[in-house]
Design a protein around this ligand. Structure first.
Ligand code: ARG
Length: 591
């Protein structure tokens, strides 16, 4: 996608940027010897904005900061935009915007495409590597965060104009499949692919159990271990029977994962599958290239990459293991083939690996190797986007009572059931609320995850996450239904806005908050931190509540006030729905 495709879609310049321009002009007038001064404009609760640019400048030029602040305030000349500019404190300048400029800004955003948000990432190709569950294992709570965060970042990047390539790096290759296939061949009675036609996740639950049985035999019985090893060789050598069973394992597992993606409303499909096996045929070539370049070296029969700055607690180097002494390639070799492919063939400008924090060293080593090999160079960027652990009610990594892994589908169902109960209280008995319960339950799970600082651990508390009040997905969805309901009742009662009409404090606060939407999206993307968008939307819902409590909309004191408030409600609804959409959360009109 080229930048040219978007030339007709002009973004709306945020008010803060217009203020910055005016402040820069004033700084230059007040201090002609300055070059390119920084305006340092922030939102403030004392005025609309506060400009702090005079402070560092006064210091640099040996001027009294307060006096310079006063000179800047006096020099501000933007009568349509800025109503008052006053110096305060040691040299800040408090700036209030004219009501007319704010109302016009609301109108401009409503008229514009995409709420007037620009496309700063147009022309960029971003690979997002996320989810990556493992074949023959159930998706568990550990896969929740990568799936939800990866999905949100992919949506965000697309909304900012990037071309996004989703890559589901399925764990579908490796010696463990020799073990499992051998076990299945010795237990023909295990009807694993026919367990349940209706529920694909049931099939993989059976596989998960068989996998653990196979592992136990593998560990206990040396003769089986030998047979399993031979099976790996057969599988990798292309033995037809082994390949067929392996293909079945992948299909059955992928169907189960798809069921979860669909239930979660996550945009991953079969087309995004790029599992470890995809790179199998490239491994010889990739490793040969690294050996030739002197990057990979032999060590005790294995092939490794060593790093000066990576050592263990004992000071011994911790290498990246490409090929084991028995000749088998591992996880690292696959990731090297993947990164070479993503840059060389998929033409990625940026690759985001949404994988838990425990794999930080692995990615550090993979990226360093790719850099040495010259695959990762120039402006191309590979980023590990780590995240913390989901904790159980006891504040420890979430496990079942017996210490097993917590099934993801079970957690989702639990949240949906609890959301359903909360919603049912607001509806007459007997109404079918299944769809709404799913939308709110899943929204609750996603919001609880995304609204936490990504790198921190959090406690999975299904009661708290479906609460109607507080910082929850349900609260935001509910705010959206209130906005939608006002607009529904207003019906055709919408006339053009009246920018000359007065503006209340709450109207102003809401309008200025809405004007910052695009900046928050860009910031959330730059930091890869969806919680910034969550915080913004929560503040939006609260600003709306404050506005609505103080300013009647349908029963406004004048037609002009009503039209302006309806416009504000419309912009708030569209912004909230858009933002929730980027988080992968539904925005129902009624609940
Ligand atoms: N399958 C891996 C796991 O469960 C995650 C894959 C992450 N992506 C990657 N390119 N290594 O830990």
């Amino acid at each position: 996608m080229s930048k040219e495709a978007f030339v007709n879609v002009e973004p709306v310049t945020p008010l803060v940027e217009a203020v910055e321009t005016a402040v820069v002009d004033a700084l230059r007038r007040a201090l002609p010897e300055t070059g390119g001064p920084e305006p340092l404009v922030r939102r403030s609760d004392r005025a609309d904005y506060q400009a702090n640019g005079a402070l560092p400048l006064a210091k640099r030029h040996g001027r009294n900061p307060r006096e310079l602040g006063e000179a800047v305030a006096a020099a501000i000349d933007a009568p349509d935009l800025i109503a008052t500019a006053e110096a305060s404190g040691p040299g800040f300048v408090n700036i209030a915007i004219t009501s007319e400029a704010v109302w016009k800004q609301v109108a401009a955003r409503l008229d514009a495409d995409r709420l007037g948000v620009g496309l700063p990432l147009a022309g960029e190709r971003i690979v997002v590597d996320y989810s990556g569950p493992n074949v023959a294992k159930e998706m568990h709570v550990g896969h929740l965060r990568t799936t939800i965060i990866g999905d949100a970042l992919a949506r965000l990047a697309e909304a900012l104009g990037a071309t996004v390539i989703r890559q589901n790096h399925l764990g579908d290759w490796g010696t463990q499949f020799g073990m499992l296939i051998q076990y299945l061949s010795e237990h023909p009675e295990a009807e694993w692919h026919r367990a349940d036609e209706a529920d694909p996740t049931a099939n993989v639950a059976v596989l998960d159990r068989l996998y653990r049985e196979a592992r136990a035999v593998f560990d206990a019985d040396p003769a089986f271990k030998e047979r399993a090893r031979a099976r790996v060789v057969a599988l990798q050598g292309g033995d037809e029977d082994s390949r067929r069973v392996w293909g079945d394992l992948v299909d059955v597992s992928a169907a189960a994962f798809d069921a979860i993606y669909e239930r979660l409303g996550v945009g991953l499909t079969a087309a995004d599958l790029a599992g470890e096996s995809t790179y199998n045929h490239l491994l010889d070539g990739v490793v040969a290239e690294l050996v030739e370049a002197g990057i990979a070296v032999e060590s005790e029969g294995a092939l490794c990459v060593f790093f000066e700055d990576v050592t263990g607690p004992d000071g011994e180097p911790v290498p990246l293991l490409l090929r084991k002494a028995d000749g088998g390639y591992g996880y690292a070799a696959t990731d090297l083939a993947a990164i070479r492919h993503r840059i060389g063939d998929l033409k990625a400008d940026r690759i985001l690996y949404v994988v838990d924090a425990r794999q930080a060293l692995h990615f550090k080593q993979v990226f360093a190797t790719a850099r040495r090999a010259g695959w990762l160079s120039g402006d191309v960027e590979a980023v590990h986007v780590p995240f913390g652990t989901v904790l159980g009610p006891d504040g420890r990594p979430y496990k079942t009572r017996s210490g097993g892994t917590v099934r993801l589908m079970g957690l989702i169902d639990e949240a949906i059931a609890k959301a359903g109960a909360v919603i049912a209280e607001k509806h007459p008995a007997g109404e079918d609320l299944a769809e709404l319960a799913a939308a709110t339950g899943i929204g609750a799970v996603k919001y609880a995850d995304l609204s936490n600082n990504r790198i921190k651990d959090y406690v999975f508390d299904s009661d708290k996450m479906v609460a109607l009040t507080g910082d929850t997905g349900v609260y935001l969805q509910y705010a959206h239904t209130r906005l939608a309901s006002i607009l529904r009742k207003a019906g055709a009662m919408t006339a053009p806005m009246a920018p000359a009409a007065p503006m209340s404090r709450e109207e102003r606060a809401l309008a200025l908050h809405l004007d910052a939407y695009g900046a928050v999206l860009a910031e959330a993307m730059a930091e890869r931190e969806p919680h910034r968008l969550c915080g913004y939307l929560y503040a939006l819902a609260r600003a709306f509540t404050g506005f609505y409590e103080a300013n009647p909309v349908l029963k406004a004191e004048s037609d002009e006030a009503r039209d302006n408030r309806l416009a504000l409600v419309r912009l708030a609804r569209e912004t909230l729905a858009h933002g929730l959409g980027l988080l992968g959360i539904a925005a129902p009109d009624r609940m």
